[in-house]
Design a protein around this ligand. Structure first.
Ligand code: GDP
Ligand code: IMO
Ligand code: MG
Length: 420
């Protein structure tokens, strides 16, 4: 048995939470493999909306094991807040959730370093979610980090204090006032709570599940264009969001990867700084933001909006070997007369199909225009009833990317999903 993977192909918020929830009934294991509480994955069903940050999006389903993989970074405070909310809803989280011992802990001081470093960057700030993600992954690769499995070590508090002191010394370079007392108290309390969970060697557990022919779905966070290696560096997150991140973040071999589901919106959004070639800083952009409720699920910030970018989409498909596409939020474009798609870039007067290395290079998108469908599609449940104009748009994307669009999502609810 192989692991199927769900990835965001843009700058995040493509609808991964909704789609993982929709796909979960066909799986027995859902595993997050990277990122941390910078993620905000929304799910809607039975007229209720939920936002998950650290916990995999299969948590609402019975008889499904959810795993927080070793590539994830965990803030115990945010994690316990999520747990409390889920318990209030009657979700038996302790039975459904396993946590990799190798996952790294976000310390209160990691959050401060994130904030101090962003403040010092001024105009060149990344637009981080300020959850301490970058500093935690820096300590991981710098071989200083604390892992979830360490919470049972008798030396845990000593190691925590030592790392905290290191961070205090590091913070001296910044003129940044801070106070961690309150958060630290909550953090230490949450560490005690974390000890009640089942901690696992996820690499052994997941490979055992595969050997037993159990179906495993890996859930990505962020999006391909925020990947630390292949995104618009330095305006990226600090983990590998592309398919290869699944192997590293769960401990499975590349030949254990099965289908790669790539999710994209029918347009583009981005939160935080960095290049966005098809961005619309006009009324059309504002209309997409309003209609699509494009405000961050984690930070509440307004998302930047723009047209679909096929150059970037093809790049994401290439890097991750996407085998099936999933398109979300076409319903947001229901009332538009025309819809544009970037099919190439003009850089230095020359047309290209490649993302330039130099991110500050001015990029002029070359657009193809499509006729809008001018109909409400959110109540449609079967492909044959979808407007001809929308199917034209779908077939064009399939032809350009060479990958079939297998699911069309027409609204935030579980039910608003058309499987082709
Ligand atoms: P994620 O981070 O990829 O899980 O995406 P987010 O949850 O951050 O953002 C996606 C937003 O779009 C959420 O508010 C979803 O409820 C909503 N959504 C998902 N799919 C659709 C869709 O097909 N149509 C509409 N209108 N909203 C959708
Ligand atoms: P989901 O999983 C959208 C963005 C931030 C910032 C950059 C770095 O919901 O799609 P970080 O906090 O990681 O240091 O921020 O990455 N970012 C996201 N944007 N969706 C996300 O997650 C994001 N997680 C991080 O806005 O630009
Ligand atoms: Mg999100």
């Amino acid at each position: 048995m192989k692991v199927n993977v769900v990835l965001g192909l843009q700058w995040g918020d493509e609808g991964k939470g909704k789609i993982v929830d929709v796909l979960t009934p066909a799986y027995s294991v859902i595993a997050r493999f990277q990122g941390g509480p910078n993620a905000g994955h929304s799910l809607e069903f039975d007229n209720q909306k939920f936002v998950l940050h650290t916990i995999p999006s299969g948590i609402f389903h019975e008889n499904v094991t959810n795993i927080i993989g070793s590539g994830v970074v965990i803030d115990p405070v945010i994690f316990m807040e999520e747990i409390t909310q889920l318990q209030q809803l009657g979700v038996p989280v302790y039975n459904r959730l396993l946590i990799a011992k190798r996952a790294h802990l976000i310390l209160p001081t990691h959050r401060i370093i994130d904030a101090a470093s962003e403040a010092a960057k001024g105009k060149t700030k990344i637009g981080s979610t300020l959850k301490g993600i970058g500093p935690t992954y820096m300590d991981k690769t710098g071989r200083n980090g604390l892992r979830v499995g360490d919470i049972f070590s008798p030396a845990f508090m000593e190691r925590y204090e030592a790392l905290k002191q290191k961070h205090f010394t590091f913070l001296k370079q910044y003129d940044y006032p801070y106070n961690i007392e309150e958060y630290e108290a909550q953090w230490l309390k949450s560490i005690d709570e974390l000890r009640k969970f089942t901690l696992i060697e996820s690499e052994y557990v997941i490979n055992k599940y595969l050997a037993e022919s159990q179906k495993v779905l890996a859930e990505g966070a962020q999006g391909s264009l925020l990947d630390i290696d292949f995104g618009s560096y330095p305006y990226v997150t600090s983990s590998n969001t592309v398919c290869a991140g699944t192997c590293i973040g769960l401990g499975i071999a590349p030949n254990k990867i099965g289908e790669v589901f790539g999710i994209f919106k029918a347009y583009c959004t981005r939160v935080g700084s960095g290049p966005f070639p098809t961005e619309l800083n006009d009324e059309t952009g504002e209309r997409i933001r309003k209609t699509g409720h494009e405000f961050g699920a984690t930070t509440g910030r307004p998302r930047r909006t723009g047209w679909l970018d096929l150059v970037a989409l093809k790049y994401a498909v290439l890097i991750s070997g996407v085998t099936r596409l999933i398109m979300t939020k076409a319903d947001v474009l229901d009332a538009f007369d025309t819809i544009k798609v970037a099919v190439a870039y003009k850089v230095d007067g020359k047309e290209t199909q490649q993302l330039p290395f130099e991110i500050n290079e001015p990029i002029e998108p070359v657009y193809k225009e499509f006729k809008g469908w001018k109909r409400t599609i959110s109540n449609i449940r079967n492909e044959d009833a979808l407007p001809f104009e929308l199917m034209n748009f779908v077939r064009f994307i399939e032809k350009e990317t060479g990958v079939p669009i297998k699911i069309i999502s027409v609204g935030p609810d579980r039910e608003q999903t058309i499987v082709r």
